[in-house]
Write a protein that binds this ligand. Structure first.
Ligand SMILES: Nc1ncnc2c1ncn2[C@@H]1O[C@H](COP(=O)(O)OP(=O)(O)OP(=O)(O)O)[C@@H](O)[C@H]1O
Ligand SMILES: [Mg+2]
Length: 528
């Protein structure tokens, strides 16, 4: 067995690796770290989630020397990946003075120029923005000794080849070039023969391209039943974090809307979103305030979020490379995961083709029946109940009601009735609250009104509010009263008797990960 201290690495690097919690090098790391340290060009291929970033990152940081010039540049296909890779390099260089800067489109170029001017040794960037800096002469690459192309095949696919070639032309001839990806289609060879010097290829387990800890299943569905099938799967599975892939950006938007309307904590990620939006979504997903990330292929290349339990191909991937990278968002760093693909009859051949190419073991599963979904929901409900009972978190208000009921009815009937209510009002029943008729009138008789300010640019949907309120207050959606949304302006009207309670809960509530600013409505002049 190899251990990290077998490699000629400085103790500051070893300490940082230790801090990162890596116990032993993964196979691709064991093979690549000494080779990269020696010098020489290298093509590294290993399954998704097996630590390719550190395989080049560790020796790269080791080789950086003091100074103000850029010594190494890593190119990645997406902004998210640039940020993530820069983050990993930062952790590796925790005890070594190395300045690493991610540069990518969508971020203020002025900020990047200022940062570059202060002198950085490692740049991680997307080809477009790097080129932009080269043209403005705000980035000089004539002292670069190491070039890394992470997800090289994807960059070629995205049409970055010209940009990459131009960037390469700015680099010294006698540099080390490293190329990493889980998949290496033949076109990569051309790039390699042109720009690399007798590259060594290090491929870990070529036999099976997909990561071994990912269980792979598919469901046969008709196109028109896809949404319903997806929801049943989501409802019958224990999804910690899930990534759902769609073919197009529009598909992502549409599915996001559908899932959000059904009350799932879901959000979409694709290239048409602004950088700020993309960052927001990724952060929310990383911290778990969004449980389902709906994305196109590009958005997810190389992305490393630890506890993704499920990857669902809502639309079947176009080719086996895409399949490998998509499902590789789960089952990372020794964890288990499950990958599911929805397959319509006309896509069956494509599924079989992918299976053959990836040599994967794919199992056909039956779509969960409504009974199975109901069973699962009951289980979840039971768990929630037990948790609440154990934590003594039942509010006095309910105890009062329970006490008065118990005088009249048997306890198990009351409990069952309460469950029935809770069970059937989980989501749904929201249509009638979807009112946009913001009026000048004050609250209706017997009702109290609150104004909500959920922050700018946060799209509050009536359904979300109804769900939040009924979940936190424990009253069914219908009893909430009215929720009106008027652009940034939202109010909730609730029955007087529960108002203080709703008010308190709403203050604790978060929507899309944000706390709500809440204000009781000021008395208005009554309309005559
Ligand atoms: N030696 C190690 N021990 C434990 N965890 C590790 C080790 N090396 C890397 N990891 C962790 O494994 C995860 C996956 O690593 P990484 O993102 O580098 O995978 P990858 O091979 O680049 O995957 P992909 O093909 O999807 O880009 C990361 O969270 C990383 O911190
Ligand atoms: Mg990677």
């Amino acid at each position: 067995m190899t251990i990290f201290s077998d490699f000629p690495l400085h103790k500051s690097i070893l300490q940082a690796i230790y801090d990162m919690g890596f116990e032993e090098p993964s196979p691709i790391q064991a093979a690549c770290i000494p080779k990269v340290l020696e010098g020489g060009d290298l093509i590294g291929q290993a399954q998704t989630g097996t630590g390719k970033t550190a395989a080049f990152g560790i020796p790269l940081i080791e080789k950086v020397t003091p100074g103000n010039r850029v010594q190494a540049i890593v190119l990645t296909p997406t902004r998210e990946l640039a940020i993530q890779v820069a983050g990993e390099l930062l952790r590796i260089s925790k005890y070594k003075k190395v300045r690493t800067l991610p540069i990518y489109g969508g971020q203020s170029i002025g900020h990047q120029i200022r940062a570059l001017r202060q002198g950085v040794q490692v740049v991680v960037g997307t080809p477009g923005r790097v080129l932009d800096h080269l043209r403005r002469k705000t980035l000089k690459l004539d002292h670069v000794h190491t070039l890394v192309l992470d997800e090289a095949d994807e960059m070629l696919d995205m049409g970055f080849i010209d940009d990459i070639e131009t960037i390469i032309n700015h680099l010294p001839e006698d540099r080390q070039t490293l190329l990493f990806s889980a998949t290496m289609p033949p076109e990569i060879k051309r790039l390699a023969t042109r720009y690399m010097k007798q590259p060594q290829t290090i491929a870990v387990s070529r036999e099976e391209v997909t990561a071994p800890l990912i269980e792979q299943v598919y469901y046969k569905v008709f196109e028109r039943n896809k949404v319903e099938t997806l929801c049943r799967i989501l409802d019958s599975e224990d999804v910690e974090l899930g990534i759902i892939f769609c073919r197009t950006k529009r598909g992502v938007d549409e599915l996001t809307e559908v899932l959000q309307a059904r009350g799932y904590l879901a959000d979409g990620l694709h290239g048409d979103l602004s950088q700020a939006q993309r960052d927001k979504v990724m952060n929310a997903f990383r911290e778990g305030s969004i449980e389902l990330l709906i994305a196109t292929d590009v958005a997810a290349r190389g992305i490393d979020v630890g506890n993704v339990s499920h990857v669902i191909n809502y639309d079947i991937p176009q080719d086996s490379e895409s399949y490998v990278h998509r499902i590789g968002r789960t089952g990372r760093a020794g964890r288990k995961g499950i990958a599911m693909t929805l397959v319509t009859p006309r896509e069956m051949r494509q599924m079989m083709f992918i299976q053959k190419q990836t040599k994967a073991q794919l199992i056909c599963r039956n779509v969960p029946s409504l009974e199975e979904v109901a069973e699962r929901k009951q289980e979840q409900l039971r768990e929630q109940l037990v948790n609440l009972l154990e934590s003594d978190g039942v509010a006095d208000m309910y105890l009062k009601v329970a006490n008065s009921l118990i005088a009249q009815y048997p306890a198990e009937k009351i409990a069952a009735a309460a469950l029935h209510l809770a069970f059937h009002t989980e989501i749904g029943e929201t249509d009638d609250t979807d009112a946009y008729n913001f009026g000048e009138t004050g609250a209706a008789k017997g009702m109290v009104r609150f104004f909500l300010n959920v922050g700018r640019n946060v799209n509050v949907r009536p359904q979300d509010l109804v769900r939040e309120i009924s979940e936190s207050v424990g009253i069914p959606g219908k009893a909430v009263g009215r929720i009106d949304i008027f652009e940034n302006f939202t109010f909730v009207e609730v029955p007087e008797d529960v108002a203080p309670f709703v008010y308190e809960s709403l203050r604790q509530t978060r929507i899309n990960g944000r706390r709500i600013n809440l204000e009781p409505a000021k008395p208005r002049a009554k309309r005559s």
